[in-house]
Ligand binder design. Structure first.
Ligand SMILES: [Zn+2]
Length: 79
């Protein structure tokens, strides 16, 4: 398990403001890749990749409105 946190300045948040942001990258047994952006205004972008190839992306604006909530399966399962 590895958690990496990096701070950025002058990032464009989903709401359009330019703010500071913090980027987290995490890996665990459930998620192959966990890629999360937390903006100073409160916006969040969360991107997860799972071992089966499924990719989820959720963009939440600082007022709580969900702008994007996607779940994509890259590979079809034939069983
Ligand atoms: Zn915002």
């Amino acid at each position: 398990m590895a958690l990496t946190s990096t701070r950025f300045t002058d990032q464009k948040a989903p709401c359009g403001q330019t703010v500071d942001a913090e980027h987290f990258q995490d890996q665990d047994e459930e998620c192959l890749v966990s890629d999360e952006w937390f903006y100073a205004c409160g916006c969040r972008v969360i991107h997860h990749e799972y071992h089966d190839g499924t990719v989820s992306c959720r963009v939440t604006r600082h007022d709580g409105k969900v702008l994007t909530d996607e779940l994509e399966a890259e590979h079809e399962h034939h069983s």
